[in-house]
Design a protein. Sequence first.
Length: 418
Amino acid sequence: MTDITDRHTNVSDLTQRVQRLLADIPITDVHTHTFDPAMGSLLLWGIDELLTYHYLVAEVSRARPDMDIAAFFGMPKSDQADLIWNELFVKRSPVSEACRGVITVMDRLGLNTATDNLAEARDYFRNQNIGDYVNTVCRLSKVNDITMTNDPLDPEEYVCWEQGFDRDPRFHAALRLDSALMQWPAGVPRLQQLGYRVTNHLDDATFGEIRRYLMDWRRRLDARYMAISLPPTFRYPQADACITTLIRETVLPVAQDTGLPLAMMIGVKKLTNPALQLAGDSVGKAEIETVERLALDYPGVRFAITMLSRENMHELCIAARKFANILPFGCWWFLNNPSLIREITAMRLETLGLSFIPQHSDARVLDQLIYKWEHSRDIIGTVLAEKYALLPHAIDDKTIQRDLHHLFGTPIAATAGQ
Ligand code: FIX
Ligand code: ZN
């Protein structure tokens, strides 16, 4: 039995080895809001987009409670960015995770982070072309496989798919279902515009047309999975809930017939504060029994699940121990902070071994891949090293690399039956 001193040496040695090896592991990012560079202005990048990320809008609304948020949103994006920089980075120390992220990106790009203005940063980005810059971001972040969030009902995105484009092999599609199915019948007019003969009535004809929509666009996007975000009140079974009926009658049959995984992101309370727009969403504790019943009733469907409430994450680990068709993934949104990534990763390793996907970036701005993955690799690698250090036998580099490839290098679809 190694004594406490040896054990501490062992942990620090293992941590250094894991981090060294992890630095060379290509990362698969299973959920982002970035886009293939061929999709034009849908792909957000650069200092003004980084600084007007909705996480920072929420934080500047706290730094400036006197600010008229509607007037803020009416300002040019560069003025919004200047204001956020001044309030959160100059007048206050950028210690929040979202602020620190911007600092990490600027630093890794060689930009001065102690400046009181954005002139140098804007000059840097003005001189970038997106093709080379995607390569720079992928090189710095080690991400080489990026899953987008794709919505054919979005008019701007629809045009891209209709016109067609040469796809960048690093960017993969996921068919997002929210605009079609949530707040039914809000999606009906757009589905009809795309030629699907749906009506407001939840009947077999409409179900059949929605399934046709899913099958058509799964193929057109070459989608890796279907995805939907759901409120904490989502229940299955729930006889009188539109969304439960629609998922049961359309999404799950397609998942069963095609083997396409279904990613369910559960626990978001949309627009708790509508004035903050995207920054106005909040969190609520969902019912884990709903996830368990879905996994029980649909054993042939692969459910990739992430939840937004910290309390739900432990319940999800236990549910995943009961159902192998539940794949926990990521530390989503309000959980994507060092203290919680550490806690969640430890509980997952302790309850699930390596049978989960530890992180996704949820990046909305391309450059965020740099910080979201650097910050997460540091923590996840360290927690894994601590678990290795508890084993009495030596762990060689090959074993560590095998485990890291498994944790960081497999897309949701490929982890079926892992
Ligand atoms: O539903 C989602 O995909 C969420 O991740 C987003 O709606 C959210 O705004 C986000 O970007 C969180 O990180
Ligand atoms: Zn997301």
